[in-house]
Ligand binder design. Structure first.
Ligand SMILES: *Cc1c(COP(=O)(O)O)cnc(C)c1O
Length: 475
C-alpha cells in the first residue's frame, strides 16, 4: 500500500514515511493509491469483533510496513476499556464506542469516553503509540507542532505527554477555549509539552502551522511533525468507529446506515467517506456545521468559499469554528476523479484567498453519488436541541453533538438508522449546558477541580518568525 498526494507532484510513500509528517512536499494531502475493499463476506466476519480486533482488520489493510504482530500490539494497547472509561451510566467501557439508542432508528455513537472527553482521543491515542513505536525503531525524535481550537490540543497532549523523543508545541487561540478545555491543556506540567496561546483565532494558528511546515529546511532541521487533522494516521483510526457503529445498529450487511457528523476541518466525516469507499454500506453522510457554514454552503451550492480568519465566528460549539476545512481537499480529489493537477489548480485559488465553483465542470452533480448532504445550526438551535434531548430522551449532549443532532433530524429517512456522532461530552462545555438546562452537567469525578490547578503556557502574537524562534530555543 503506497500513499499519493492529492496534488499529484510528490513521490508515493509508505505509511511509516508519511506518519510523522503533515502535508506532502507539493502541498497536498496523502491518500492511499486505492481504497482496500471489504466485501459482504468480510463484513460478516467483522460483525461482532471487539473494537481492537475490528481496528486491526481495517488498519492492517492500510498499514503494510509495520509487522502485523507489532501493529496488533499497538492497537491492543490503545483501545482498552480503562483508556475510554468515562462512559455514561449503563454503557460498557469494553465497547470503546458504545451506542445510545434515542428512539427507533436514531442513535448516538459515543466517541468521547477517552481521557479528554472528545472524539479526538479515539485517533490521538493511537497516534501517540504509533509515533513512539516508529521513532524508537528508527532512533529518531520529533517536535510536534499543532493548532487547536480546543479538543485537538488536549487530546494530543494527553496522548504524547511523557513519551520519549517527542515534544509538543501546541498553538491555541488565546482566551477562546472553554475554561475546562483551557484547564485540561494548560494544567499539564510535563517537560515535553509547550502550550502557546496565540493572540488570534484558530485559523491564525492553523496558518502558522502551515507556514512552518511549508518551510522545508526548517521542517527538516527541527524535525517538525504534525498531529492536526490532516495527519493520515488520525483519519484511518477514525474509519474504525464507522464500522463499529454500523454493526451496532444493524443485523445484516444489506442494511444501510446514515451518519451525522458535527464538522469543522472535515477530518471526522472524511473518515466516513473513506469507510464508504472501502465498502461500508453507508446511505447518507450528513455534514453538520455551526454558524461557520463553509461546508454547508459547498454541499448546497457547489461553491467552496473559505471565509478567512477575520470572518470566523466565535460560537458555542467552538471546536467547529473553522472557516477553511483542511481535509476537504481529500474528498475533492476523489470527487474530481483523482486528478492531482486539477486539485492543485483548485487549491491554488484557495491559497490565494479566492473560492472555487464545481458546477461548471459537472463535478458538483456527482456529490450525491458519495452520499453527502448538509445543514447548519446556530446558538438558538443548539440550546433548543440540548433541551429537547434532555426532555425527550433523558440524555445530556454537548453543543457540538447538538449541531449534529439538529441537522440529522432534517435528513432522516424512514427505515434507515441515523447515527449521530457524539464528538464531545457535555462536561467540556459547562457554561452552555447551564444556559440550556439550568444546571451543570455531570463531570467524571477524576476531573473535579481541574480549573483550579496551576497553568503553564506562553502568550504570543500571530508571528511565524517568533514562533519558529520559540521552537528553536526550546529544542
Ligand atoms: C474537532 C471537533 C469537531 C470537528 O471535527 P473535524 O474533524 O474537524 O470536522 C467537532 N466536534 C468536536 C467536539 C471536536 O472536537
Amino acid at each position: 500500500m503506497k500513499y499519493i498526494s492529492t496534488r499529484g507532484q510528490s513521490p508515493a510513500q509508505t505509511f511509516s514515511q508519511i506518519l510523522l509528517g503533515g502535508l506532502a512536499p507539493d502541498g497536498g494531502l496523502y491518500l492511499p493509491e486505492s481504497y482496500p475493499q471489504f466485501t459482504y463476506a468480510d463484513l460478516t466476519a467483522m460483525r461482532g469483533m471487539s473494537y481492537a480486533d475490528l481496528a486491526f482488520s481495517i488498519l492492517s489493510r492500510l498499514v503494510d510496513d509495520i509487522p502485523a504482530a507489532d501493529l496488533k500490539a499497538i492497537i491492543d494497547k490503545t483501545y482498552r476499556a480503562d483508556v475510554y472509561a468515562y462512559t455514561r451510566a449503563g454503557q460498557n467501557a469494553a465497547d470503546i464506542t458504545p451506542t445510545v439508542k434515542l428512539e427507533d432508528n436514531l442513535y448516538l455513537l459515543s466517541l468521547s469516553n477517552g481521557p479528554t472527553l472528545a472524539f479526538k482521543d479515539m485517533a490521538m491515542q493511537l497516534l501517540g503509540n504509533l509515533f513512539e513505536y516508529v521513532l524508537t525503531k528508527e532512533g529518531k525524535t520529533t517536535n510536534i507542532l499543532g493548532a487547536t481550537s480546543g479538543d485537538t490540543g488536549s487530546a494530543a497532549e494527553y496522548a504524547m505527554r511523557g513519551k520519549k523523543g517527542i515534544r509538543v508545541f501546541m498553538l491555541s487561540p488565546h482566551k477562546k477555549m472553554s475554561r475546562f478545555q483551557t484547564a485540561q491543556m494548560f494544567s499539564l506540567q510535563d517537560d515535553n509539552i509547550y502550550n502557546i496561546a496565540v493572540n488570534g483565532v484558530f485559523d491564525d494558528c492553523q496558518d502558522i502551522v502551515k507556514a512552518v511546515s511549508n518551510d522545508a529546511n526548517f521542517k527538516a532541521q527541527h524535525k517538525i511533525g504534525a498531529v492536526n487533522s490532516i495527519n493520515w494516521g488520525r483519519i484511518i483510526a477514525q474509519v474504525v468507529y464507522y464500522f463499529k457503529g454500523y454493526f451496532a445498529v444493524t443485523n445484516n450487511n444489506a442494511q444501510k446506515v446514515s451518519f451525522a457528523v458535527p464538522s469543522g476541518n472535515f477530518g471526522n466525516v472524511c473518515a466516513g467517506h473513506i469507510a464508504r469507499m472501502m465498502g461500508l454500506p453507508i446511505d447518507k453522510l450528513v455534514v453538520a456545521t455551526n454558524e461557520n457554514d463553509v461546508l454547508d454552503e459547498f454541499f448546497k451550492t457547489g461553491v467552496y468559499r473559505p471565509r478567512g480568519a477575520a470572518n470566523t465566528y466565535h460560537t458555542t460549539s467552538p471546536s467547529m469554528d473553522i472557516s477553511k476545512a483542511s481535509n476537504f481537499e481529500r474528498f475533492v480529489f476523489d470527487l474530481v476523479g483523482r486528478d492531482g493537477a486539477k486539485t492543485a489548480a483548485l487549491w491554488s485559488k484557495i491559497d490565494s484567498g479566492a473560492s472555487f465553483d464545481l458546477n461548471a465542470d459537472g463535478s458538483f452533480a456527482k456529490v450525491a453519488d458519495y452520499g453527502f448532504v448538509s445543514g447548519s445550526s446556530n446558538h438558538a438551535n443548539r440550546m433548543q436541541t440540548i433541551r429537547e434531548a434532555a426532555e425527550k430522551y433523558q440524555v445530556t449532549i454537548d453543543t457540538h453533538t447538538a449541531d449534529g443532532l439538529k441537522v440529522a433530524l432534517e435528513h432522516r429517512v424512514a427505515d434507515v438508522p441515523m447515527v449521530v456522532l457524539e464528538t464531545a461530552l457535555a462536561a467540556k462545555f459547562e457554561d452552555s449546558i447551564v444556559e440550556a438546562l439550568g444546571h451543570v452537567p455531570e463531570r467524571p469525578a477524576a476531573l473535579n477541580g481541574i480549573e483550579a490547578l496551576p497553568q503553564k503556557y506562553t502568550v504570543m502574537d500571530v508571528d511565524v518568525a517568533a514562533i519558529k524562534d520559540f521552537i528553536v530555543k526550546n529544542t
